[in-house]
Design a protein around this ligand. Structure first.
Ligand SMILES: *[C@@H]1O[C@H](CO)[C@@H](O)[C@H](O)[C@H]1NC(C)=O
Ligand SMILES: *[C@@H]1O[C@H](CO)[C@@H](O)[C@H](O)[C@H]1NC(C)=O
Length: 409
């Protein structure tokens, strides 16, 4: 057992570029070979909760990934969220796909998606029940992980409802007993022992400073409560992500939650900023809309190649705030307009009209890592505009965003 652990640690060290993470960071990263860049996919929940937990929704979405060109852009995970199982386990204690929603069982669905060149994800919970009251994995971790492997599941989202609590067994515990890392570690080990590489998506809503330890157990970790279908929620999650950028790296990323693009709660400008911030923060981009009905402006946003390339840059470092000379500093919990982060071949700079229509300006010399004496060529990802100079100034409509990519080498 000890030898196995030592071997897996050295394998993890060898598998990652040593220039990007120090030895300590490498050691604490889960060694499942997955999630070296943020996951790209779709999940059934934000559209209509339980209503989209079905074979039909999964396969329809898989077909749309192909026909809309999303698969070719790297979107690969088709994930079903809560409500996919029967309310009771079978007589052997196994989770059972609800036959009214998955009439051919799970294996047939994973086979079909794999044949399309896609991957399949499922959802469960660390406590005694899922958030919607279906059987969950507390005490059954090994058996459940083996079942997922049998079905050919590729991605597992592990939610945090009905976990051990000091005041009864509520859905959302206000006074948890102990540290949620214990349940996530148990399930991580169960997945590692399942015989199949399964991407592990932690969903403990940012509790227990999950960003400080999530990479040891999983490939991404939700760092906030659930996203809502409005700009206030998008801005609030973005503001919480900026100060924890340093925890993102190949194999483990801050998860800013599933996308609300296409769900009619955001303006086109706001959808651009939602996508742009999630991309530069290196969040998984898990679409949450009915792709059969998506309007073309939203489709263009989720298909922007330059934005996706920044999200999938192999360096895997997340952007955070910078303060241009003469501008006020960021305030805790409030979305700030100026973001930057490193890329393998340079730097990304994002500017967001966080407080309404504005002219936003900065000098490249204000950006960490750039030289005030140099002239830089840039490309803007949303408009395709290019330019050259020592500064940028842009007029933005309310809540719109621009994303500049600069090469430095
Ligand atoms: C929770 O557990 C993690 C991982 O073992 C540890 O790093 C962290 O400090 C713990 N948090 C608290 C609040 O005890
Ligand atoms: C910037 O672009 C110009 C052409 O527009 C090119 O001549 C120059 O070499 C570029 N500079 C760098 C540093 O890439």
């Amino acid at each position: 057992m000890l030898l196995e652990i030592l071997l897996s640690l050295s394998a993890a060290v060898l598998a990652l570029p040593s220039t990007h993470l120090d030895a300590h960071q490498l050691e604490r990263r889960v060694n499942n070979g997955l999630g070296k860049t943020p996951a790209l996919g779709w999940n059934s929940w934000n559209i209509g909760g339980c209503a989209y937990a079905s074979e039909k929704a999964a396969l329809d979405t898989g077909k749309l990934f192909v026909s809309l060109g999303l698969k070719d852009l790297g979107y690969q995970y088709v994930n079903i969220d809560d409500c996919w199982s029967t309310k009771n386990r079978d007589s052997s204690g196994n989770l059972v796909p609800d036959p009214s929603k998955f009439p051919r069982g799970m294996k047939a669905v994973t086979d079909d998606l794999h044949n399309m060149g896609l991957k399949f994800g499922l959802y469960g919970c660390a406590g005694t029940q899922t958030c919607a009251g279906y059987p969950a994995s507390q005490g059954k971790e090994t058996q459940d992980a083996k079942k997922l492997a049998d079905w050919g599941v590729d991605y597992w989202k592990h939610d945090n409802c009905y976990t051990p609590c000091n005041n009864g067994n509520p859905q959302t515990c206000g006074s948890p007993k102990g540290n949620s890392s214990t349940y996530y570690k148990t399930f991580s080990n169960a997945l590692l022992g399942s015989g199949r590489p399964i991407l592990f998506s932690l969903c403990n809503w940012g509790r227990d400073n999950v960003w400080a330890w999530g990479a040891g157990f999983g490939n991404s970790w939700r760092m906030s409560t659930d996203i809502q279908n409005n700009w206030g929620s998008v801005a609030s999650i973005a503001a919480q992500a900026a100060p924890i950028a340093q925890y993102a790296g190949p194999g483990g990323f801050n998860d800013l939650d599933m996308m609300q693009i296409g769900n009619n709660g955001l303006s086109e400008n706001e959808e651009r900023a939602h996508m742009g911030i999630w991309a530069i923060a290196k969040s998984p981009i898990i679409l949450g809309t009915d792709l059969a009905k998506i309007r073309s402006s939203s489709l263009n946003i989720i298909k922007n190649k330059a934005i996706l390339a920044i999200n999938q840059d192999p360096l895997g470092k997340a952007a955070t705030y910078f303060t241009p000379a003469g501008k006020s500093k960021p305030q805790n919990g409030k979305l700030y307009p100026y973001w930057t982060g490193p890329l393998t071949d340079g730097v990304v700079i994002g500017v967001v009209a966080a407080d309404g229509a504005a002219t936003l300006s900065f000098n490249f010399g204000d950006v960490p890592g750039l030289d005030a004496t140099k002239t830089y060529n840039w490309t803007e990802a949303w408009t395709g505009t290019t330019g050259s100079g020592k500064a940028v100034s842009t007029n933005l409509g309310s809540h719109d965003m621009r994303v500049y990519r600069l090469k430095t080498a």
